[in-house]
Design a protein around this ligand. Sequence first.
Ligand SMILES: Cc1cc2nc3c(=O)[nH]c(=O)nc-3n(C[C@H](O)[C@H](O)[C@H](O)COP(=O)(O)OP(=O)(O)OC[C@H]3O[C@@H](n4cnc5c(N)ncnc54)[C@H](O)[C@@H]3O)c2cc1C
Length: 237
Amino acid sequence: MTAHAPSAKLWQNARVVAIRPETARAKTFRFALTERSAHLAGQHYVVRLTAPDGYTAARSYSIASAPDESPEFELTVERLDGGEVSTFLHDDVTVGDELEIRGPIGGWFVWNGDSPALLVGGGSGVVPLMAMLRLARRTDMSGLVRLVVSVRTPDDLYYADEIVGPETRLIYTRATPPAFSRPPARLARDDIPQPFAPGVRAYVCGSSGFADAASDVLVAAGMPTERIRVERFGPTG
Ligand SMILES: Cc1cc2nc3c(=O)[nH]c(=O)nc-3n(C[C@H](O)[C@H](O)[C@H](O)COP(=O)(O)OP(=O)(O)OC[C@H]3O[C@@H](n4cnc5c(N)ncnc54)[C@H](O)[C@@H]3O)c2cc1C
């Protein structure tokens, strides 16, 4: 008899099989499940921590790895000083640990890999967009994808040895690498690749502030608002 993958509504254990640094403040955690992860690019898992006294804290983390047949998937977590869950994941979790997760979750902020997509990410907001870029590259559909990534400095760029490519435009807001032609500045209309592919959909992800600013820039560049999908990571206030 074939076992079915656990429902996305149920908690299950995932074992940490690898941890690697992305930047000084971000780590990628590779998890193994007993069944295939079966996620879509753009979806997330909820990670739940339980203290010895029964107190629990749960946070959402986007899946960074592309959908495939593997029972493994990756999450990339930025360490927020004073943050309950992200500091625990960074400071206490080691390879071999088991964590409770629920998912994959999300049906709106997903890209199935078969239509033009303009991806705009700020900081850790690049994580679900990386799953989309990886899917596009793995399926030879890179021509459908344009990715604009905004980071403060070169040291803040996630997936630095992988993300650069013909699909990718990097925006530095505070400091650039040597000989980089664009001066440091916030995302602006000229940073949006044009012309838009027919039927293109935009996926914007980052802090609430970044998401608002990037959406405004896209609209100013001519993207219809109904073609923009937004995922916000930060506190909603
Ligand atoms: C759908 C979804 C997907 C997400 N994917 C990712 C991901 O791939 N990688 C990732 O690192 N995070 C992601 N997040 C954010 C993540 O869920 C947590 O909010 C974040 O890790 C902070 O949790 P914490 O327990 O460490 O901090 P908390 O204890 O919740 O908060 C500590 C302090 O930080 C502030 N804060 C909370 N969240 C943020 C934030 N995101 N940015 C700035 N300040 C914040 C709080 O207001 C508070 O002052 C995602 C959020 C959502 C809703």
